[in-house]
Design a protein around this ligand. Structure first.
Ligand code: GLU
Length: 446
């Protein structure tokens, strides 16, 4: 196989959501698996709807997910390439000007449907003479430009969907350029894929029909022996069958991040839903990559339950090694030789990462002890072992207390937890106690 070059090509007209993360990560993990390159391409030819803020936000979202691009390009900086390609198509008679208004086209479509015909563009513009075109232009009419499809079946072997074919005779000649000279997505995408040497186009199955058109363009504009391979994956839908939309903002990556959902949980759900592997926590993108094989993606619906995300996120946290979170802990000033044992002590209790701050305060800062039974706690104070402390200190201490007081179970342990942590539940005290140290423990026992 050629060293893969893949691209994720969002249009920066909104924030990306879980479904976009699926496409982005399919591309990123595919590149990572085969030591290829992952290109981030902003499809920002629609200058009105595309915003630099959205592009910047998409970069932030991808970085948060860990999908770092090797290269970033913007279509808005590449118009000259598209113009040159369009010129070649014109010279070959494959790009032709059309003057119909949207209303006219609509009326024609309705008439076709009324007669039981497929609503395919009738190529009336091809019948215009030079004089007709000159007259229309003189009236101030501006053409849009259509690609003249060859009426034949285009076939490809899709990495997800298997043998695929589309009869282009049943398609309208697609508009490549609007009246105002702006580009629709079809041509720039092909020009860039050729220019950047894209080997695999991995995208949602909503683009299957475009592939037939684009393959005809690849054949004309590129080296036919090197058209990319295609993989069209199924789209994520929530369990109620709803799709995800950029506009609704539902399950946006930014929203999930702000809600404290772990990026690896988002990645696991986005990638493993509808795969041959069950959705389960992963410790790293490498692990996710090892569990992901694009050719094993199911063709059926990729349904997921958004309510699963919180539990998946918590379980993801519980399995993360210290190395995976070192920097994030440091951002909370949790550093030094106690940072790692602290992480190992508390991770199993977290539902969101930000709760580390709560537990760090418990071992490091001030807490208000909850005193339930002062006499018992006084006894506990008297029996508190001398340092050095380790993970056995807790059982030594509570063993001695049990002997001295005859207490057991909750009556033995719970007042200690309340006094030492100020809370009625939390991580194992055997792990917390050595982090707390004797001086702090004493200060919290009356
Ligand atoms: N801008 C297109 C989209 O967001 C890209 C499709 C493609 O990957 O070719 O749907």
């Amino acid at each position: 196989m050629r060293t893969p070059v893949v691209r994720f090509a969002p249009s920066p007209t909104g924030r990306i959501h879980l479904g976009n993360a699926r496409t982005a990560l399919f591309n990123y993990l595919f590149a990572r698996r085969f030591n290829g390159r992952f290109v981030l391409r902003f499809d920002d030819t629609d200058l009105e709807r595309s915003k630099a803020e959205y592009a910047a936000a998409i970069e932030v979202d991808l970085a948060w997910l860990g999908a770092h691009p090797d290269l970033m390009v913007r279509q808005s900086e590449r118009f000259a390439l598209y113009a040159a390609a369009a010129q070649r198509l014109k010279e070959m008679g494959r790009l032709y000007p059309c003057f119909e208004t949207p209303d006219e086209l609509d009326r024609r479509r309705k008439r076709q449907i009324g007669r039981g015909l497929p609503p395919v563009y009738d190529r009336a513009a091809l019948a215009l003479s030079d004089a007709d075109r000159a007259a229309l232009t003189a009236q101030g009419r501006k053409p849009h430009w259509r690609f003249k499809l060859e009426a034949r079946t285009v076939a490809w072997s899709d990495l997800v969907r298997g043998d695929s074919h589309i009869d282009c005779a049943s398609l309208s000649d697609p508009v490549l350029m609007r009246e105002d000279g702006s580009w629709l997505y079809t041509l720039p995408s092909v020009v860039d894929d050729i220019d950047l040497g894209v080997t695999h186009v991995i995208r949602g199955e909503d683009h299957v029909t475009n592939t037939a058109v684009q393959l005809q363009l690849f054949e004309i504009l590129g080296d036919p022996a090197h058209a990319p391979s295609f993989a069209h994956h199924n789209l994520l839908t929530s369990s109620s069958g709803e799709g995800l939309s950029k506009r609704s903002g539902a399950l946006s990556i930014a929203g999930l991040r702000e809600a404290g959902v772990e990026p690896l949980a988002v990645a696991a759900l986005a990638v493993l839903t509808g795969s041959s592997d069950a959705v389960a926590p992963v410790r790293s993108l490498d692990e996710l990559q090892a569990r992901f094989d694009i050719t094993h993606t199911s063709r059926g619906a990729a349904k997921f339950d958004p309510a699963e995300l919180d539990a998946l996120s918590a379980r993801t946290l519980h399995g993360l090694d210290y190395e995976a979170v070192r920097e994030r802990l440091a951002a909370h000033d949790i550093v030094g030789h106690r940072a790692e044992p602290f992480w190992l002590a508390v991770r199993g209790n977290l539902t969101v990462f930000a709760d580390v701050a709560v537990w760090w305060r418990v071992v490091e800062g001030e807490v208000t002890p909850v005193i339930e039974d002062a006499d018992y706690l006084a006894e506990a104070r008297a029996l508190l072992p001398q340092e050095p402390w380790d993970e056995k200190t807790w059982s030594q201490w509570t063993g001695a207390l049990k002997q001295a007081t005859g207490r057991k179970g909750k009556a033995l342990f719970h007042p200690l937890r309340l006094a030492l942590t100020g809370r009625d539940q939390g991580p194992e005290l055997a792990a917390l106690l050595p982090l707390l140290g004797r001086a702090k423990a004493l200060a919290r026992l009356p």
